[in-house]
Design a protein around this ligand. Structure first.
Ligand SMILES: [Fe+2]
Length: 281
């Protein structure tokens, strides 16, 4: 084997985590677990190539574009907000957002994750989708409807959960959403493990990887910061009350058995349907 061929063992991993890139305040985030901790659901090869090559490249591009400009002291989140609507910074927005998306993606998974959630997020899913299985079907439908590269998100916006996709590197932070869960739908995220079978990758994510405890924590923090919501106990959905004018108050108690809405119109462009399924392109 040629010594020039890179394998997971020869790729840099976390040796430079936390080190600030010169001329900026940006730093490479370490994985929140060991590189092989997600196996067998996600191989160490996928994690290392993804984190050490793709994500690293995005961060280094963002730093190179910010360096020496009025933006070089901004955090990743501040860079996203500062560049999202500035056409002259379109490329910088792309790389900053893609870096942030990846960091959030790793934080959306945990070893031994997946399966049905508990807590506030479970209650929100029940109210909007009727059952966790219906929610999973909706996630699969929305993921399948994305043509090309992008991201699937579960967010909180307009008083309810939203399932949406963004194209390429676009980030829901720039659109006023509170991200709760991210799933990378670029082919590099799953090709080594699932080849072109996106549905298999999405199913594995839902069944074995999704970190619903962290989603629940983010949701509780988001609702606690919203005066219109009364969160008496973040860990006790029974004591959680929705505002009488909130969208969730008007959400259907159950979705149709055939879950036909998302299948008929998975894109639900622009406004989203009553369950919060839409896409941003
Ligand atoms: Fe990626």
């Amino acid at each position: 084997m040629s010594s020039s061929i890179r394998t997971p063992e020869t790729l840099p991993e976390s040796s430079d985590a936390g080190r600030t890139l010169a001329g900026t305040t940006l730093a490479r985030a370490a994985l929140p677990y060991a590189v092989g901790a997600l196996e067998p659901a996600m191989s160490v090869e996928t994690v290392v190539f993804h984190h050490s090559l793709h994500q690293r490249g995005c961060l280094e591009h963002a730093a190179a574009l910010a360096r020496g400009t009025e933006l070089d002291s901004l955090s990743l989140e501040q860079l996203i907000q500062a560049t999202a609507r500035a056409p002259r910074h379109r490329t910088l927005y792309h790389y900053a957002a893609e870096t942030w998306n990846h960091e959030f993606f790793w934080q959306s998974m945990r070893p031994g994750g997946g399966a049905a959630p508990r807590g506030l997020i479970a209650e929100c899913i029940r109210r909007q989708f009727g059952a966790y299985d219906a929610f999973c079907h909706a996630v699969q439908d929305v993921a399948a409807a994305l043509l090309g590269n992008g991201w699937l998100w579960v967010t909180w916006s307009n008083g309810k959960l939203q399932i949406l996709t963004t194209a390429n590197a676009d980030c829901p932070l720039a659109r006023g959403h509170t991200p709760l869960l991210a799933l990378d739908l670029w082919e590099h995220a799953y090709y080594l493990d699932h080849q072109n079978r996106r549905a298999s990758y999405v199913a594995t994510f839902l069944e074995e990887l999704a970190d619903w405890e962290s989603v629940d924590t983010r949701l509780a923090a988001r609702l606690a910061a919203t005066p219109a919501y009364a969160v008496h106990s973040a860990r006790n959905p029974a004591s959680y009350s929705y505002p009488s004018s909130g969208v969730m108050h008007h959400a259907p108690a159950a979705v149709p058995a055939e879950h036909s809405g998302a299948r008929r119109n998975p894109q639900a462009a622009g406004t989203g349907d009553s369950r919060g399924i839409h896409r941003i392109q």
